[in-house]
Design a protein around this ligand. Structure first.
Ligand code: FAD
Length: 454
């Protein structure tokens, strides 16, 4: 960077996963960066249980962005590989389903706080980046790229003017609200009637993991479902998902007896792995699950949204963070491709991303249904097995949707379109096989009758 040239100044709101990685990329693009985060510094005061998931599944898209930032090797050192999912059926059977057909097609389970701390450390090592924790955004002047931020302990607000404001302030983004206020903007927010709680499968009394570690564990169910990610220390963190209200719901789990009965009925094999389930269910907060679709994601050359602020999805495809990291990379590439016009760069970024994250929202809703009920049913496992077999036989031509979403960086809408083409082929092939079988049977029966008549 030439010190005689004034650096452009980016003000990022939110030092979550998206904001911290964006700080790194923007600094390397030549920006001076100030990041304002309302929470405390995650390196000194880990957020712990505050209604957000404790660990996350990192897949190809997130890995690619971390690799471009030079952070992937460090992140992988602190994560547990997950080679497939272990499905615990209600009848007590346990089945391992590999994620992919190739060696590298695995996910990595990583602790959210550790990941954020690592990215913040890396971003802060850039001389042009400053983080300001315990500072909350109050107001945005979208035309002047000016923000008013205030210390969360009640201190005096400060006004900061930049050239670009990046809204990385999560699903209930204040930047988004104030950027779109009074303009022709689309905004749709949908709450799932289900919420989630974080629970633990601690290591056994002998210090050993209680279940197979290198996998995501899933307990499907129509009324409640549970997913568990492994941690490096041999424990697993579970997310229990079910309705907020109703006969089988978090509201109904209001006594130790109700919690025990619930586990015995719905997840009997998990009950034995979770000695602290009663205290945890009664004591831990219930998180909300929200989908957000919105447009526009930008205002002139002044404001842009990334991550959950632009597109929040249900967590059932494990793509929220991965797509947030992908936003940072695509935004960086667009800024690089349009050096003379940031407005054009922001427009290109939105055009490159929004159609795909809208598709991701649909895929994530669909996967809710799959995880809930279908992953252990015969039809689903047969289809998944056929998909995997074809992928093995025709590696260049056949790719299961899950593989495209989780193990490639193919844009989401392209992945869905290709999966639909493959499904049509599979159905046509199945139909013609069935027809051929029918014709063969008819011919055999005809021949038999003729023979008998003779
Ligand atoms: P956030 O992580 O929400 O960060 C936003 C930041 O902005 C926060 O630190 C917040 O404090 C700050 N902020 C908000 N308002 C202000 C303000 N006014 N002023 C200053 N700062 C502010 N994704 C995956 O890829 N894989 C998974 O396996 C996965 N599992 C999940 C499981 C669950 C149960 C849930 C709920 C989500 C899961 N996700 C997963 C999704 C993932 O957590 C999110 O997509 C990701 O956190 C989005 O990152 P972000 O930086 O955009 O937003």
């Amino acid at each position: 960077h030439d010190p005689t040239v004034r650096r452009e100044h980016a003000v990022i709101i939110g030092a979550g996963l998206a904001g911290s990685l964006a700080a790194l990329f923007l600094a390397r693009r030549g920006y001076a960066v100030d990041v304002y985060e309302r929470r405390a510094d995650p390196r000194t005061a880990p957020a712990g249980l505050n209604g957000r998931s404790i660990n996350l599944g990192l897949s190809a898209r997130g890995m690619r962005s971390l690799a471009e930032a030079g952070l992937l090797a460090d992140v992988l050192k602190r994560s547990v590989p997950m080679r497939g999912r272990v499905v615990h059926s209600p009848d007590g059977t346990v089945a391992f389903q590999p994620y992919g057909v190739r060696e590298h097609e695995i996910l990595h389970s990583v602790l959210r706080d550790e990941l954020i701390a690592l990215v913040v450390d890396a971003a802060e090592a850039e001389p042009a980046v400053r983080f300001h924790f315990d500072m909350r955004l109050l107001r945005l002047d979208r035309d002047r790229a000016t923000v008013e931020v205030a210390p969360t302990d009640g201190g005096e607000p400060v006004t900061v003017t930049g050239d670009l404001v990046v809204g990385a302030d999560g699903v209930f983004s204040t930047v988004r609200q104030q950027m779109q206020y009074g303009l022709r903007a689309d905004y749709a927010q949908e709450f799932l009637e289900w919420g989630y709680k974080e629970l633990t499968i601690p290591v056994g009394d002998d210090g050993e993991p209680r279940v197979r570690l290198e996998a995501l564990h899933v307990w499907p169910g129509d009324d409640a479902l549970m997913v568990a990610h492994p941690n490096l220390d041999g424990s697993l963190t579970c997310s229990l998902f079910m309705a907020h209200e109703g006969p089988v719901s978090f509201a109904a789990l209001d006594t130790p007896e109700a919690v025990r009965t619930f586990f015995d009925r719905h997840f009997p094999d998990a009950a034995a792995l979770m000695p602290d389930r009663v205290e945890e269910v009664l004591g831990h907060p219930t998180g909300q699950l929200v989908t957000v679709r919105t447009a526009p994601w930008r205002h002139a050359d002044r404001v842009v949204l990334i991550g959950d602020a632009a597109h929040a999805v249900y967590p059932f495809y494990g793509q929220g963070m991965n797509s947030a990291f992908e936003d940072c990379l695509v935004l960086d590439h667009c800024l690089g491709a349009h050096p003379g016009s940031r407005a054009a760069a922001l427009a290109a970024y939105e055009a490159a991303r929004r159609p795909h994250t809208d598709v991701l929202a649909d895929l994530s809703t669909q996967n809710f249904q799959d995880l809930r009920a279908r992953v252990h049913r015969v039809g689903y496992t047969a289809h998944a097995a056929a998909d995997r077999l074809l992928a093995r036989l025709l590696p260049e031509r056949w790719m299961p949707l899950y593989t495209m979403v989780s193990h490639t960086t193919m844009p989401y809408a392209d992945a869905l379109a290709r999966a639909r083409r493959q499904d049509r082929l599979l159905r046509t092939a199945a139909a013609s096989t069935a027809l051929a079988a029918l014709a063969a049977t008819a011919a055999t029966v005809g021949a038999w009758r003729r023979n008998r008549g003779r």
